[in-house]
Design a binder for this molecule. Sequence first.
Ligand code: ADA
Length: 548
Amino acid sequence: MERTFETHEIREQRELDGLWDFWTKESRADLQKVMVPSVWETYPGYERYRGDGHYETTFEGKGDYRLVFKGVSHTGDVFVDGEKVGTHYNAFTPWDVVICGLKAGVHRLRVDVCNAFNEESSLHIPNDYYTYGGINRPVILEKISRAFIRYIHINTVKENNRWKAAAKIAIENTGGSFDAVLTAGIKNEQMVSKKINIKEGLSVVETELFCENPIEYTSLNPVLYQVSARLYSDGAVLDDLIDRFGYREISIRGNKVFLNDEEIRIRGVNRHEDHALFGCAIPPQAMQYDLLLVKDMNGNAIRTCHYPNDERFLDLCDEQGIFVWEEGHARGLNEEQMAHKNFRSQSNNCIREMIENHYNHPCIFTWGILNECASFSKFGREIYKEQFELIKSLDDTRPTTFASCHFETDICLDLPDIVSMNIYPLWYFDELPETHLKRVYEWIQTTGGAGKPVIISEIGAGAVPGYHAPGAPKWSEERQKMILSEQLEAVLEHPDITGVFIWQFADGRVGDENFYARPRCMNNKGIVDEYRRPKASYEVVRNIYAKW
Ligand code: ADA
């Protein structure tokens, strides 16, 4: 399943999900059939394999095609009939390859995948989450003509009590320039039509779209609208694209954040794309199960720590009115890591791909970047500034934020629209949550972050699932329950805090490097374990979130 709705009526698409050949050895001695999407850590014998893996399938066709990869972890090199046609770095963003003039017949598609921590990789490094290897999200084969519609971005604004929808429609032309007609509109509403000359490369057409009395998107009534565009040449339809959006504006008034006129109060969880059975290649059924748990515990928000998420997950959040903080890819990088030769380009590409592909999701209320990186240093600040400027140049309709752990030393709090702090009182240090939070909030008011909305982007405590012991020592389920309860009560009782994301939704796999602080080689701060079995703290969260 590519998305939770049909994205084309005209463009022919075929999902290439299913059994592919997989091998790692040059001789192909270990060749076996595996399902795509998947990661090799879920194949017997490859649970801890780090290196190169090869995936191959065939498809039949003739002419021009676009291959869309929704996610390959972490580097993918694509070959069609033995010829290299594309490459991409970063597991968590979609990318595509256009192949022109294929002869009629059956073609071989091979993807060489690498998850090694090599010197080219600045974002996928040993970290407090696992870098899996494989084709972790769907692969789609699309038949295209000389030009195709890459995206439709919709920006909704309410003026004088009337909603307006401004569209930017991007068309990619792989051949010479030609005259065309572009039509666009919201489903069941009036269509607009424009005559255009399409140059080679990418052109963006801007137009306003109409809808009589649209219903506003709210968290309790998340109404979605479909927008479609079609491209015609010489009277024949060449291509189309359908996407979804909601009528809504995110605004900041004083130190509060609003979705239209609804004040946003976050009862959230941090969620890694990680599952005991699937690694980071989580199927839609399991995604929805996660969301059912979040809703069952009276939560209303997800932070996609620490990278962009699968579009199908965002679709499900749109449909259920869940607030999403979507994050660029980077966790805990120090100055030296941020000075890596590829860091700027890899990190900025991730932001571009995230915003281009996820612009329309009404569930996303903020873009986050650079979790716990060097926001205390002059050099770090340059990078934060550059990335916030990049975001605003791509989307100035949403607030920005970043999660900092640099209490009293952060020098970047003037840069985002929302200030977010990760704090772990009673887990990493002994201070009453209420006292700590008061100190943190008062300090923020002495910085460039003064007066801005404040989110507690992480609080939490570890518990090894099933560990119970008298006296509730650290790592027991009872201790986690006690700590979380005190932390949550303190945050939610604070009059000026927009909300909280618990660290974390589910236990998640980490590398062996940090074994002494991570029993089981897992980050054990989940309120459910890696199979989604609730720990004792689940009920506590459920009761506290119900009150807020
Ligand atoms: C940090 C970080 C998380 C996780 C957490 C923890 O705040 O942002 O990725 O590592 O700490 O469990 O200590």
